[in-house]
Ligand binder design. Structure first.
Ligand SMILES: Cc1cc2nc3c(=O)[nH]c(=O)nc-3n(C[C@H](O)[C@H](O)[C@H](O)COP(=O)(O)OP(=O)(O)OC[C@H]3O[C@@H](n4cnc5c(N)ncnc54)[C@H](O)[C@@H]3O)c2cc1C
Length: 391
C-alpha cells in the first residue's frame, strides 16, 4: 500500500506536505507537522484568510469538553475564554418523551466545553499554523492532482492570478465533507443518510426563559427531525432544524414562512428563542447545510491521507466534529512522520494503523448514532425516525 516517498523536491513551489483545506483538521495537521520539524508545509484554502467574522452564518459552535485536552496536545492554550469564547456546561433536551432532561458535563466528571465563535476559532488555528511556519495559500482552490512518475505529487491550484502548481511529497485531504482531494484520487464518498441543517440566528428570550439555557445547548425532538439552539458568544442564538432533505423539500422548510411556522409549533424552543412575529417578510429564510453522516471508502493511500470531515462527517447530534478533526490531525501527522522516517516497514504499519483507526471510529460512531436516535423514538413510524431506527 505504501510506495517509497521521494526525497525533498526542488523548487520554491515545492512542499513536503500540501494540505487542502485550512479548517480545524487542516490547520491542526499543519501545526503538528511543523512542530515536529517538517520543513515545508503548505496549507491551501479556497476561502480568503481574515474575511470578516460575521460574513456568513457559521454552524458548528459547540466544542465538547474533550476539545480542551486536544488543544493542549497540539501545544495550544486551552483557555478559550480568554479568546472570547463562552463556557459550555451541558445539554438540555426534550428527546425521549420523558420531559426535559439535563446532561451536565460536570456530572460526567469532565470539565466544561466551549460555545465558540466558529469563524474566530478557525482563524486562530490557521494563524497558529502560520506562526509555526506553515505557508498559507488562500484563497486558492484545488484544481487537480497528479502522481509524478518520479514520486510525489503535482497539485494544480486556481487562485486570483490563474493557475499554478505546487509539488509535494505527501498530500492531505482536509477539505471538508466534499473530500475534494481523496475523491480526485479515486476514493468514493459514502453518504449514509440525507440529513440537512436549516439554520438562522435570532435573539434569545430576555429574562429567565432565555437565561436558563445560556451556557447550555438545547435539543428538541419533533416528528420531522429535531431542533437545536445555543447562545453564541456575541449574545445571539443559533437555531437549527435538522431534518432530511426530501422532508424539508416537501414542506417547503427552506422558505422563511414554513420555517417560522415549524419553529412556532415547538413545545419549548419557542420560549427559549421566540420565532419572529408573524407577518409578511418576518424572519429570514434559513441557511441550508449538508449534515449527512458520510465517509470516504479509503482513509489513506500511497502518499495521501484524509482527515476531519473529509474522512468521516458526523451527525451534529453527537457534537463530535471538531474533536474528531483535531484527533485525526494528530493521528495523521504521526502517520506522515513515520512515512518520512525512511523505515519502509514502519511506514506501512502506520498507514494500515490509520486505516484501521478510521474503521473503528466509524463503527463506534454509527453505534452511538443508532443509540441516540432509538432513544428518541417517539414517532417510530414517521419517516425521519424510522429511517434511523435500530435494525
Ligand atoms: C449543521 C452542523 C452543525 C455542527 N455542529 C457541530 C458542533 O456543535 N460541534 C462540533 O464539534 N461539530 C459540529 N459540526 C461539525 C464540524 O463543524 C465539522 O466536523 C468540522 O468543521 C470539521 O472540520 P474540517 O477541518 O474537517 O472541515 P471544514 O471545517 O469543513 O474545513 C474544510 C476547509 O476546506 C476548504 N476547502 C474545501 N474545498 C476546498 C478546495 N477544493 N480547495 C481548497 N480548499 C477547500 C474550506 O474552505 C474549509 O476551510 C457541525 C456540522 C454541521 C453541518
Amino acid at each position: 500500500m505504501h510506495d517509497p516517498l521521494p526525497g525533498a523536491l526542488p523548487g520554491t513551489d515545492a512542499a513536503d506536505v500540501l494540505i487542502v483545506g485550512a479548517g480545524p483538521a487542516g490547520s491542526a495537521t499543519a501545526l503538528t507537522l511543523r512542530a515536529a520539524g517538517v520543513p515545508r508545509v503548505v496549507l491551501v484554502d479556497r476561502a480568503a484568510h481574515g474575511s470578516p467574522e460575521r460574513a456568513a452564518l457559521r454552524v458548528g459552535e459547540s466544542a465538547t469538553p474533550n476539545v480542551g485536552p486536544l488543544l493542549a496536545r497540539l501545544g495550544l492554550p486551552d483557555d478559550l475564554g480568554r479568546l472570547g469564547h463562552r463556557p459550555y456546561h451541558g445539554n438540555l433536551s426534550l428527546w425521549s418523551g420523558d420531559g426535559e432532561t439535563a446532561d451536565d458535563f460536570l456530572r460526567r466528571g469532565s470539565g466544561h466545553g466551549w460555545h465558540l465563535d466558529r469563524a474566530r476559532f478557525d482563524r486562530w488555528l490557521r494563524d497558529a499554523a502560520v506562526e509555526r511556519g506553515a505557508r498559507l495559500l488562500a484563497p486558492a482552490t484545488l484544481a487537480g492532482v497528479e502522481r509524478r512518475p518520479e514520486g510525489g505529487w503535482t497539485v494544480g491550484l486556481r487562485d486570483a492570478d490563474g493557475r499554478r502548481s505546487v509539488t509535494a511529497r505527501v498530500v492531505v485531504d482536509a477539505g471538508g465533507r466534499r473530500a475534494p482531494l481523496a475523491t480526485a484520487l479515486g476514493a468514493r464518498r459514502r453518504r449514509l443518510d440525507r440529513l440537512i441543517a436549516l439554520a438562522v440566528e435570532a435573539a434569545p428570550a430576555a429574562g429567565p426563559a432565555g437565561g436558563g439555557f445560556r451556557g447550555r445547548s438545547f435539543v428538541e425532538a419533533v416528528e420531522i427531525g429535531w431542533w437545536y439552539a445555543a447562545v453564541l458568544p456575541g449574545g445571539r442564538a443559533i437555531v437549527t432544524l435538522m431534518t432530511d432533505d426530501d422532508i424539508a423539500r416537501a414542506a417547503g422548510l427552506a422558505g422563511a414562512d414554513a420555517f417560522r411556522s415549524a419553529w412556532a409549533a415547538t413545545s419549548r424552543l419557542r420560549d427559549l428563542v421566540p420565532p419572529p412575529e408573524d407577518g409578511p417578510g418576518a424572519g429570514a429564510a434559513p441557511a441550508v447545510f449538508s449534515a449527512a453522516s458520510q465517509h470516504v471508502d479509503r482513509a489513506v493511500g500511497a502518499g495521501w491521507i484524509a482527515v476531519g470531515d473529509a474522512l468521516i462527517g458526523f451527525d451534529p447530534l453527537t457534537s463530535s466534529g471538531i474533536a474528531g478533526a483535531l484527533d485525526d490531525a494528530l493521528a495523521a501527522a504521526d502517520t506522515i512522520l513515520r512515512w518520512f522516517s525512511g523505515d519502509g516497514a514502519a511506514a506501512r504499519t502506520a498507514a494500515i494503523g490509520y486505516a484501521r483507526r478510521a474503521e473503528d471510529t466509524l463503527r463506534r460512531y454509527l453505534a452511538e448514532r443508532t443509540r441516540h436516535y432509538t432513544a428518541g423514538g417517539r414517532w417510530p413510524d414517521a419517516p425521519f425516525w424510522s429511517r434511523r431506527a435500530a435494525r
